[in-house]
Write a new protein. Structure first.
Ligand SMILES: Cc1cc2nc3c(=O)[nH]c(=O)nc-3n(C[C@H](O)[C@H](O)[C@H](O)COP(=O)(O)O)c2cc1C
Length: 196
């Protein structure tokens, strides 16, 4: 079993980094090979180029590497905070540039791109860990939890991933040491339960 683990948070002392560390430690304990990337640390460029948009190839070494790893992985694990109901821009750039044809989905040759895609990531398991500072009631009733729709339907679903697991940890701003410890235990047990 292999996993791609992608972290998008700029601050090394963040709770997101603690999640990333726990995921990586637990994967190692379960004997799962991991392609782990801290996008800020690796200085990933999120901006798609003109040439890249019209082509199946990229000149960016990281884009090609991440895409190859995505295809090779059984588990795709993303860790990021809720920023305006969306992933941070650096991860949005990863989604645009890496989760793309011909790796993650494609269109039939005769298609204009207007129809349904050919799903290329079938059978993989998508996992997302999010953090936020909004109460669950307000997130669900007022904002509609956009990150859930983005990951489950717009990204994983579009590429054929039906096995989906997501956790939102909140409220980070008011959390105690004990809360964070308990949350990291949940991450640890998710990984050991799901990745067998
Ligand atoms: C640019 C920006 C936008 C944010 N937008 C939201 C938001 O829409 N909803 C929310 O609940 N929290 C929002 N937050 C708060 C972050 O989600 C919160 O700081 C983070 O999840 C805390 O995790 P950390 O300790 O790992 O940084 C935002 C923070 C920043 C910096």
């Amino acid at each position: 079993m292999k996993a791609s683990v992608i972290l998008a948070h700029p601050y090394p002392k963040s709770f997101n980094h603690a999640i990333y560390k726990t995921v990586n430690e637990t994967l190692a304990e379960t004997g799962t090979a991991a392609f782990s990337h801290d996008l800020y640390e690796e200085n990933f460029n999120p901006v798609m180029t003109t040439g890249e948009l019209g082509s199946d190839k990229s000149d960016d070494r990281l884009v090609n590497q991440y895409a190859d790893e995505l295809v090779e992985s059984d588990y795709l694990i993303f860790i990021h905070p809720n920023w305006w109901g969306q992933p941070p821009a650096i991860l949005k750039g990863y989604i645009d540039r890496v989760i793309r044809p011909p790796y993650a989905y494609d269109f039939p040759e005769e298609s204009t791109g207007g129809g349904l895609p050919i799903e290329k990531l079938n059978g993989k398991h998508g996992m997302v860990y999010n953090t936020s500072n909004t109460e669950a009631d307000r997130e669900d009733s007022y904002f509609g939890d956009p990150l859930d729709k983005i990951w489950e339907k717009c990204i994983f679903g579009f590429c054929g991933i039906k096995k989906y697991h997501r956790r939102m940890f909140r409220i980070i701003a008011d959390s105690s040491e004990a809360d964070r410890k308990r949350w990291l235990e949940q991450v640890r047990s998710d990984i050991t339960e799901i990745i067998k």
